[in-house]
Design a protein around this ligand. Structure first.
Ligand SMILES: Nc1nc2c(c(=O)[nH]1)N[C@H]1C(S)=C(S)[C@@H](COP(=O)(O)O)O[C@H]1N2
Ligand SMILES: [Mo]
Length: 323
C-alpha cells in the first residue's frame, strides 16, 4: 500500500508543477516517508513549531498586493467580527461556530475538477494556490439574513481557475461542492440537511472579473471558519452563494440545485442577486446591519456592483433573479 501511494504521488503532474520551495518539498517528502512509517517526525522540529503536515507552503504570499480598483463606501469590518460571527452549517446552525471549525483539517486538501472538461483531474489545494495570481480586494458582503460586512479578501479571479480547468464548450454551469466529513463537522451529523453543501454559477458568472476564489482574509491565510482552504466570493449575490471549503468543481450543462434550494426552494433560488426591493418571504431586504457597529445602511441593488454585473442578466429578465 505504501509503494502504491509513492507511485501515485510521483505521477501527479500537478504536484510537480507546484512552485513550492525546496524546503517545502523536502518537508513533503519527509511527511510522505513518515506516513509510510520510514522516519519519525518527532525529532525533526523544535518544541512549539508547527507540525509539518500543517505548514502552509504559500504563507509567504500574504499579505498579497491590493488591487486598488475595488474600493469601499464604508469602514472595514473588524477582523474579530468577521472571523467570530459566521455561517458555516457544517459546524452548527448558529453564528458562533468559529471554535468548532478549528476541527477542520485543511492539509492535505484535494480538489477534483470534473464533468465537461478536456480532462478530469485532482489537484492539491496548496499546489493550485501556488500557481495562481493572488491579490487583495476590498469587497462588500451581504448575507440574505440582512447582516453585512466589508472585508479584505485575498484570492484570485475564478476565471483563472476556469482557464486551468479547460471546460468544454458545452459547459454552461460550474457546480461547487464543500467537503463531507461528519466526524469532524458536527453539523453534518444533522442528517436532515442535504450534505454536502452545493452551489453553482453560470459560466458567465464564474468568469466575471468580480468573481473571486478566496484563500485569505485580512492579509493572512483564510481561517477555517471563513471557508479555508478555498472558497467562492461573488459579492453581488447573497452570501449563501459563496460556498466554503470547496473540494469539487464540476462543469455541467445542467443547472445545479443548491443546498439551500433543496431545503427551501421558495426562499433561496439559483440567482440570489441582492435587491433591496425584493423582500425575502419572511423579512424585508431594504436595509442591512453592519457586523460589529450594528449600523443600518440601505441595501444596494446587486450589492452596489450593478454597473459591473447587470449586463450578465440583460436577457434573463423572466428569471427569478433576486431570490
Ligand atoms: N459550505 C458552506 N458554505 C457556506 C455556508 C455554509 O453554511 N456552508 N454559509 C453561507 C452563508 S449563508 C454565508 S452568509 C457565508 C458566510 O461567510 P462568512 O462566515 O465568511 O462570513 O458563507 C456561505 N457559504
Ligand atoms: Mo448567509
Amino acid at each position: 500500500m505504501g509503494s502504491t501511494m509513492l507511485v501515485r504521488s510521483k505521477r501527479d503532474w500537478e504536484m510537480q508543477e507546484c512552485d513550492a520551495t525546496p524546503e517545502a518539498s523536502y518537508l513533503d517528502r519527509r511527511r510522505l516517508l513518515a506516513s509510510m512509517g520510514f522516519v519519525g517526525l518527532s525529532g525533526l522540529f523544535p518544541a512549539g513549531a508547527a507540525r509539518a503536515a500543517d505548514r502552509d507552503p504559500n504563507a509567504d504570499k500574504y499579505p498579497a498586493p491590493r488591487n486598488t480598483t475595488f474600493t469601499l463606501d464604508r469602514p472595514l469590518t473588524s477582523e474579530e467580527d468577521a472571523t467570530t460571527f459566521n455561517n458555516f452549517y457544517e459546524f452548527g446552525s448558529h453564528k458562533r461556530i468559529w471554535r468548532a471549525a478549528q476541527q477542520l483539517r485543511i492539509r492535505p486538501w484535494s480538489i477534483v475538477i470534473d464533468g465537461l472538461v478536456e480532462q478530469e483531474r485532482t489537484v492539491d489545494a496548496d499546489a493550485l494556490i501556488a500557481r495562481m495570481p493572488l491579490e487583495e480586494r476590498l469587497y462588500r458582503f451581504r448575507c440574505v439574513e440582512a447582516w453585512a460586512m466589508a472585508v479584505p479578501w485575498t484570492g484570485f479571479p475564478m476565471k483563472a481557475l476556469v482557464d486551468f480547468a479547460r471546460p468544454l464548450g458545452s459547459a454552461k454551469y460550474v457546480r461547487m461542492e464543500t467537503f463531507l466529513d461528519p466526524e469532524r463537522a458536527s453539523g453534518q451529523r444533522q442528517f436532515w440537511y442535504p450534505w454536502p453543501y452545493v452551489e453553482g454559477l453560470t459560466m458567465a458568472e464564474a468568469t466575471h472579473n468580480l468573481t473571486l476564489m478566496v484563500t485569505g482574509l485580512y492579509g493572512k491565510p483564510l481561517p477555517p471558519q471563513n471557508g479555508a482552504p478555498i472558497r467562492l466570493i461573488a459579492p453581488w449575490k447573497y452570501g449563501f452563494k459563496s460556498v466554503k471549503s470547496i473540494v469539487r468543481f464540476t462543469f455541467t450543462d445542467t443547472r445545479p440545485v443548491s443546498f439551500w434550494e433543496t431545503i427551501q426552494g421558495s426562499e433561496y433560488g439559483f440567482w440570489a442577486n441582492v435587491n433591496p426591493d425584493v423582500p425575502h418571504p419572511r423579512w424585508s431586504q431594504a436595509t442591512e446591519r453592519m457586523l460589529g457597529t450594528e449600523e443600518r445602511r440601505p441595501t444596494q441593488l446587486y450589492n452596489g456592483y450593478g454597473d459591473q454585473v447587470a449586463p450578465l442578466y440583460r436577457d434573463l429578465q423572466d428569471e427569478p433573479l433576486y431570490m
